[in-house]
Design a protein around this ligand. Structure first.
Ligand code: GAP
Length: 546
C-alpha cells in the first residue's frame, strides 16, 4: 500500500485533517475529523475496557503470576514544575538537533541520513565543470534513495537521464557517524558545509502560569502522562484501598516539541498516550514484566494487527538501565518506513523504584550500580523531592518497601495509524457491485474499532422503502453508530461504506415489503443474507460482538 493513498483517503473521508489547515497548517499537529474521532475513541475505549475497567481482579489472567487490581486516573496536563526536575525530564529530555545556516531549517541529528557521492558539478554561467565528492543528505523516508537522487541531481545540476554518471559509495548512514560536516550538503541546502554542530534541545513545551510571568511561574506541558500517576500513588492507595499488585491506567494528551515531526501522525507534537503504571513487589517484578510484555502484544493481535508487520523487540541486555529487568518495544512495519524497518507502537519498561524514589527524595543519578541523590557542589540536593512517604506496607509480608513499576506505555495516535494501515485493502469489486469502478478499496477494521458499525439503505427511493429504512436506522442508532444513505446506485453506496470500514450494510428492498426481511451484506466476505427485521439488531450486535 502506498502511504499517500491512505493519507488521501483520511482527508477525503474525514478521518484526519492537518491542524489549522486554512492558515497553511501547523507542522506536527493533526485534527481528527468526524470519522477519525470515532475511530480513535474506539481505540481508546477498547484499551480502557480491556486493560482497566473490564479487568476482573478476582481472576488470574493467562500468563499472570497472580490476580491483580486495576484502576484509573485523569491528571492535569500542567503540573508542578518540580515534578519534571525530579523525574529527569528538565535536564535530560532532549534530542540533538542541527541547524542549516543556508535554509534556516532545523533537523533532528539522527534523522539526517545520506551517502557519499562523486560527480561532475556543472558550473553556473558557463563556468567549467568540476569533479566533487560530497555527502548528500535527506530526511529518511520510504524512498530515501529516490530522495537522495533528486538532491544529488539538484546539487550537481544534472538532467535526470544523466543520474547514472554519479558514483555512490557506502551505505546510507546518519550524519552522526561523521566527525566533520564541511562536505555535507544539508537536506534543503544548495552548498556543502552549512550544517551546524549538533546541539541539545529540550523537548518540553514551556508555558507560564498566572499573570506575573516570572521565572518561578514557568511550567511545562506534560511530555508523558506517567508522572501524574506516580505523584498520585499515595492518593490512590489511601482512597481506593487497592493492594499490591495493582495498576493505574491513564489516557491523555502529551506534548513534545519534536524537532522533525513527520510521517503523518506517527511523530506529532501533540498526541495521546494510553499508559499503565503497574506497582508490584520488587521480587515479583521480572514476572510482571513478562506478563505485561506478552499481554500488550496479544492485545494488538486481538485488535487486528496479526500479520508479520507486528513484532515484539526485546532490548539487548547492554541497552538496559541497571535497575531494569527488561524493556521491550512493540513495533509495526509502517508503510512509510524503509523496507525491513519498524516503528515503535508501545514500550513496556521495567522502571524499578526510580520514579517513586525520585518524588520522595529528589532527582537521582546513576553511579556505578547504584541510584544516588544528585547533589550540588555544596552537598545540597540538586532538585528536592516532595519529602512525602511513597513507600508501601505489605501486611501479609509484614514488610515496608518502595514498589517496583512495570510501565506499558502506548500511543493512541500511533495505534490508530497502525490499525488504519493494516486495514487498508484493495481488491476487485464483484461484478454485481462494479458500476463505474472495478477496484474496491475497503478498510478491514476490527468491528470494535470501525467508526460506523452499520449502514442502512432503501434499495430505491419509493414504494415506502425509505420510510421503513428510516425506522430501522432509528432502531439501530440506539444501539450502535449507524448511517443512512439513499443516494446513488446501491453498489456505490456499498463502496462508500467499504472505504470507511463499515462492517455491515442493511438493504430494504421489494421483498422487505412482502415478508419483512432485510438483506445484510458483510464488508469482508461480501456475503449477503436475509434476516427478519425484528431480529436485525440482535444479529448485528452478535456479529459485532458488542
Ligand atoms: N512514559 C514512557 C513514555 O512516554 P515513550 O516511549 O517516550 O515512553 C510512549 O512514549 C509511546 O507514546 C510511544 O511508544 C508512542 O506510541 C507514543 N509517542 C511518543 N512520542 C510520540 C510522538 N511524538 N507522536 C506520537 N506518539 C508518540
Amino acid at each position: 500500500m502506498q502511504m499517500e493513498e491512505l493519507v488521501a483517503l483520511c482527508k477525503r473521508r474525514g478521518f484526519l485533517f492537518q491542524s489549522s489547515e486554512i492558515y497553511g497548517g501547523l507542522n506536527g499537529f493533526w485534527d481528527y475529523g468526524p470519522l477519525g474521532v470515532l475511530l480513535k475513541r474506539n481505540v481508546k475505549d477498547a484499551w480502557w475496557t480491556d486493560m482497566v475497567v473490564g479487568h476482573n481482579e478476582m481472576k488470574v489472567m493467562p500468563g499472570a503470576p497472580s490476580t491483580y487490581e486495576m484502576t484509573g486516573l485523569d491528571c492535569t496536563i500542567i503540573m508542578h514544575p518540580q515534578i519534571w526536575k525530579c523525574s529527569g525530564h528538565y535536564d535530560l529530555f532532549h534530542d540533538f538537533m542541527v541547524d542549516c545556516r543556508e535554509s534556516k531549517r532545523r533537523y533532528r541529528f539522527d534523522h539526517v541520513k545520506g551517502r557519499w557521492v562523486k560527480g561532475m558539478k556543472h558550473g553556473e554561467n558557463g563556468a567549467s565543470a568540476q569533479e566533487l565528492t560530497v555527502f548528500i543528505t535527506t530526511i529518511e523516508t520510504e524512498n530515501t534513495q529516490e530522495a537522495l537522487d533528486q538532491a544529488a541531481q539538484k546539487f550537481f545540476g544534472l538532467r535526470k537521464k544523466n543520474l547514472d554518471s554519479l558514483e555512490w559509495t557506502g551505505d546510507l548512514t546518519s550524519i552522526s557517524s561523521l566527525s566533520d560536516f564541511s562536505l555535507v550538503v544539508g537536506p534543503d541546502a544548495k552548498q556543502p558545509g552549512t550544517l551546524t554542530s549538533p546541539r541539545e534541545f529540550n523537548l518540553m513545551f514551556k508555558t507560564t502560569i498566572g499573570a506575573l510571568g516570572g521565572e518561578d511561574d514557568i511550567s511545562f506541558l506534560r511530555p508523558e502522562t506517567a508522572q501524574g500517576i506516580f505523584v498520585n500513588f499515595k492518593n490512590v492507595l489511601d482512597s481506593s484501598r487497592v493492594k499490591l499488585p495493582f495498576g493505574i491506567g491513564q489516557i491523555g494528551k502529551s506534548f513534545r516539541n519534536e524537532i522533525t515531526p513527520r510521517n503523518f501522525t506517527f511523530r506529532s507534537r501533540e498526541f495521546e498516550q494510553m499508559e499503565i503504571e503497574f506497582f508490584c513487589h520488587p521480587n515479583e517484578s521480572p514476572l510482571w514484566y513478562q506478563y505485561w510484555r506478552d499481554r500488550r502484544f496479544r492485545w494488538y493481535t486481538e485488535m487486528g494487527l496479526n500479520g508479520d508487520r507486528l513484532r515484539l523487540r526485546e532490548h539487548d541486555p547492554e541497552e538496559l538501565a541497571h535497575y531494569s529487568c527488561g524493556t521491550a518495544d512493540i513495533e509495526y512495519a509502517f508503510p512509510f518506513l524503509p523496507e525491513g524497518e519498524y516503528g515503535e507502537l508501545e514500550g513496556i519498561a521495567h522502571r524499578g523504584n526510580f520514579d517513586l524514589r525520585s518524588h520522595m527524595e529528589g532527582k537521582l543519578v546513576r553511579e556505578g550500580n547504584e541510584l544516588l541523590l544528585e547533589k550540588e557542589a555544596n552537598g545540597q540536593p540538586k532538585y528536592r523531592g516532595s519529602g512525602k512517604d511513597l513507600t508501601y506496607f505489605d501486611d501479609q509480608r509484614k514488610e515496608r518497601f518502595i514498589p517496583h513499576v512495570i510501565e506499558p506505555s502506548s500511543g493512541a495516535d500511533r495505534a490508530t495509524l497502525a490499525f488504519l494501515c493494516e486495514a487498508y485493502q484493495v481488491d476487485q469489486a464483484p461484478t454485481s457491485e462494479q458500476g463505474q469502478e472495478a477496484k474496491r478499496v475497503y478498510l478491514k477494521l476490527h468491528p470494535r474499532l470501525a467508526p460506523i458499525k452499520a449502514a442502512v439503505f432503501p434499495l430505491v427511493k419509493k414504494d415506502g422503502m425509505p420510510e421503513i429504512a428510516a425506522e430501522i436506522y432509528g432502531e439501530l442508532k440506539k444501539e450502535m453508530t449507524a448511517q443512512y444513505d439513499e443516494k446513488g446506485a446501491v453498489g456505490r453506496r456499498y463502496r462508500r461504506q467499504d472505504e470507511i470500514g463499515t462492517p455491515f450494510c442493511v438493504t430494504i428492498d421489494g421483498q422487505t415489503l412482502q415478508d419483512g426481511t432485510v438483506t445484510i451484506r458483510d464488508r469482508d466476505t461480501l456475503e449477503q443474507w436475509r434476516v427478519k427485521r425484528e431480529e436485525l439488531v440482535d444479529e448485528l450486535k452478535q456479529r459485532l460482538n458488542c
